[in-house]
Design a protein around this ligand. Structure first.
Ligand code: HEC
Ligand code: HEC
Ligand code: HEC
Ligand code: HEC
Ligand code: HEC
Length: 369
């Protein structure tokens, strides 16, 4: 107990001393500055100012793939494949017979035509297939705006029968011209002046200057006589030019397409005749054309009958005439040749009406019709 009292007494005494001796001391050192307070909240946005003047328009960009889609839609490509499927090119009736043979393949198979375009001489081929898209179409040379379909060739051609004469339609029709021109002229037969009938290397007889030996049942310019006919060469008689030369194959045979005519069926569409040229007779142009064709067919049949009588042809009696292997007078031969040019051209005058008139009249005159 006494111990606790004395602690309290000491504390009281100490406090008394403290208070008694305290007086003003020196100023204390300034305290360290406090940390800055957090930023205040942003004020409200000001009112929107007036709109600035419009800038100038930039230049238009390229249309991107819209220009490609004039051709490359699935629908367009499928339609073209459908048309092509009914074309004689796809059917390639003579492929097995002619597609691989050295003298035939340049026109009768995809492989032959590709090799021909690369400059290879005709050789026998084991691989042969029908023409396909790639046979006629190459690769695009550029992908600029407004490009057209890439073509395997559009160069002018030299005629097979006369390398010094060229044909130039100035457009994609030149592609067709590579295959659709004659393989022979009449002089292939008329220039033969002696004959080795049994093939033993010894001439069996001389051919009289007025006579011609028709040496084959296929004699003729070949079924590819279209270009020669259009430019008015290859038959006997007066040549004649036609406005159809400047039209070119593609405008008549392709152009407007249906499932069975025009476009990639390559079968001429009568609608194409009225696009730019024959609008005046549009109403019954089909009639006009077949009327002309029928008249030509009738004159050809009369010539055919006279050629059978002269021994230059044989007939099945149903309107089909084939060459006979025979020695005939030159007049008969010239009539025979004109018949074969017209038959193998197969347009019944449309390709060159004036030239048909001349070939028909010449044949009739030579046969005394
Ligand atoms: C310069 C191109 C060319 C050459 C070369 C060629 N042909 Fe042709 N041939 C054609 C064309 C074009 C046609 C079809 C024309 C038509 O349909 O009106 C055709 C048609 C035919 C046909 C009739 C086909 C049918 O469906 O009626 C036969 C057969 C034929 N050729 C065989 C041959 C043989 C065999 C050879 C070689 C000895 C040969 N061709 C060489 C272009 C050629
Ligand atoms: C016998 C040749 C030939 C074959 C085979 C061929 N084309 Fe063409 N094609 C042409 C020609 C010629 C043109 C027209 C070019 C022109 O007018 O300048 C053309 C045009 C075109 C065009 C552009 C015009 C259009 O109609 O849109 C397309 C796309 C086309 N062909 C796709 C094809 C396809 C796909 C195939 C195969 C299924 C094919 N072609 C097979 C010759 C051919
Ligand atoms: C006027 C029609 C047409 C137009 C436009 C067109 N093409 Fe083509 N293109 C074709 C034809 C036809 C082929 C050949 C088709 C075949 O062989 O199957 C082809 C082939 C091609 C090919 C494959 C062969 C190659 O050249 O490499 C490509 C890729 C191609 N086109 C891209 C384009 C592009 C990209 C555009 C647009 C910039 C375009 N095409 C515009 C018609 C056209
Ligand atoms: C590579 C050679 C080749 C080219 C290129 C070619 N054709 Fe032909 N064409 C032929 C042959 C061969 C035939 C006969 C097919 C068969 O029966 O074997 C033929 C047949 C045809 C036929 C008769 C078709 C039928 O249905 O009987 C027409 C019409 C025709 N071609 C038009 C054209 C046109 C137009 C072009 C150009 C756009 C063209 N051809 C390009 C070789 C060619
Ligand atoms: C003025 C329009 C026109 C021009 C240009 C034209 N043709 Fe024709 N072509 C026709 C007509 C029409 C026929 C007859 C069709 C028929 O009677 O069914 C025909 C018939 C043909 C045939 C025979 C078809 C068959 O069924 O045997 C071939 C092959 C042919 N033309 C190829 C060509 C080629 C290749 C060219 C260009 C060198 C060409 N044509 C230029 C309109 C034309």
């Amino acid at each position: 107990m006494s111990r606790r009292i004395s602690w309290v007494a000491i504390l009281m005494m100490a406090l008394m001393v403290l208070f008694t001796v305290s007086c003003e001391g020196p100023a204390g050192v300034d305290g360290v500055d406090g940390v800055d307070g957090a930023d205040g909240m942003d004020g409200a946005d000001g009112a929107v100012g007036p709109a600035g003047a419009d800038g100038t328009d930039g230049t238009d960009g390229v249309d991107g793939n819209m220009s490609c889609l004039t051709c490359h839609t699935q629908a367009n490509m499928d339609m073209i494949k459908g048309e092509f499927a009914v074309s004689g090119h796809a059917a390639a009736g003579a492929l097995g017979y002619a597609g691989g043979r050295g003298s035939c393949s340049r026109c009768h198979s995809a492989e032959g035509f590709a090799g021909y375009l690369l400059g290879y001489p005709g050789e026998d081929l084991t691989q042969k297939s029908a023409l396909s898209c790639e046979s006629c179409h190459g690769n695009h040379e550029s992908l600029e705006d407004g490009i057209s379909a890439p073509m395997a060739t559009m160069a002018a051609i030299n005629l097979i029968v006369d390398e010094t004469t060229s044909a130039d339609f100035g457009n994609a029709s030149n592609l067709c011209a590579n295959c659709h021109n004659s393989r022979r002229n009449g002089d292939y037969y008329t220039s033969v002046d002696s004959l080795d009938l049994d093939g033993d290397g010894v001439n069996d007889f001389e051919i009289h200057a007025d006579s011609v030996w028709i040496s084959s049942t296929h004699a003729g310019p070949h079924y590819s006589a279209q270009v020669n006919t259009i430019i008015g060469l290859g038959g006997y008689g007066a040549t004649a030019t036609t406005a159809h030369e400047s039209v070119g194959c593609v405008s008549c045979h392709m152009g407007d397409a249906t499932l069975t005519q025009g476009g990639h069926t390559f079968d001429p569409n009568l609608a194409n005749c009225t696009v730019a040229c024959h609008s005046a007779v549009a109403a019954d142009f089909a009639n006009w054309v077949s009327g002309k064709q029928d008249a030509v067919s009738a004159r050809m049949a009369a010539i055919g009958d006279a050629l059978v009588a002269a021994g230059a042809m044989t007939t099945d009696g149903a309107g089909h005439y084939s060459p006979a292997r025979a020695m005939v007078h030159i007049d008969v031969f010239e009539a025979f040749w004109n018949y074969r040019v017209m038959y193998q051209d197969h347009s019944f005058s449309v390709h060159n009406p004036g030239y048909y008139t001349s070939m028909l009249a010449t044949a009739e005159a030579k046969l005394g019709l």
